[in-house]
Design a protein around this ligand. Structure first.
Ligand code: TIU
Length: 222
């Protein structure tokens, strides 16, 4: 077993059963005129994590380990978008509305694309997801089973929404989950800190947290 220096205690994993899951590093959450800004958020908080996310992606690729990308988006006819999700709150632009980067959170539009520095390589798994969790209404579970994956390292945005939801889904499905602390971000710094704390509380009730550097050291040694 290899080990990542993590909190609340070291994260043991087998190199042949670990994958990186990069959650929703899309223009819609990081650039002006996208979904994140339409909800009233300070989107400038997101791009500073790109170098750490990129370092993780590069490290997993260099080690020959799977990199899985997710994208929150909906079909053009919005048949997979519950009205409750579209009607929630008082956003400047709703899901499916035409914005400066195309239709908000609609698959195939410029705004839903993954940030260019973090773009998937041909052959990497890309999961389009209609919900906050990446297992709900997607083939992610089957893909992980096919690959024999048991340990998941998470990065991406936002910490307390899509990342935490997916980690909880994964935890309930029996995966050992670790979140890279400096490769995830929230629009609310206090929510990020609270999420990291609640994940590792109670003896890693949801999972572990560690720096991207600690993950990369362990991957390189494994
Ligand atoms: N609003 C917010 O914080 N997040 C989302 O809507 N989606 C993701 O976290 N990807």
């Amino acid at each position: 077993m290899a080990e990542i220096a993590a909190r609340p205690f070291p994260f043991a994993f087998r190199p042949e059963t670990v994958a990186l899951v990069v959650i929703d590093m899309q223009r819609d959450f990081a650039e002006p005129g996208g979904f994140g800004e339409s909800l009233g958020n300070d989107i400038s908080r997101i791009t500073p994590i790109v170098p750490a996310v990129k370092a993780l992606i590069d490290g997993f690729r260099a080690a020959g380990l799977p990199v899985i990308h997710t994208m929150e988006c909906h079909r053009p006819d919005l048949s997979d978008c519950p009205p409750a999700k579209r009607e929630r709150g008082n956003p400047a632009l709703r899901i499916g509305d035409e914005g400066p980067m195309g239709r908000i959170l609609v698959a195939g539009e410029p705004g839903t694309a993954i940030l260019p520095d973090l773009a998937p390589l041909p052959g990497e798994i890309v999961i389009e997801k209609p919900g906050k969790g990446a297992f709900y209404a997607t083939p992610l579970g089957e893909k992980l089973q096919q690959l024999g994956i048991r340990h998941l390292v998470f990065a991406g945005v936002t910490t307390e929404v899509c990342v935490q939801t997916t980690m909880r889904e994964a935890n309930d499905r029996g995966y050992e989950c670790l979140l890279a602390e400096d490769a995830t971000e929230s629009y609310f710094p206090e929510f990020k800190e609270a999420t990291l704390a609640m994940i590792r509380a109670q003896g890693a009730i949801v999972g572990w947290t560690a720096t991207a550097e600690a993950v990369l050291e362990a991957i390189a040694d494994a």
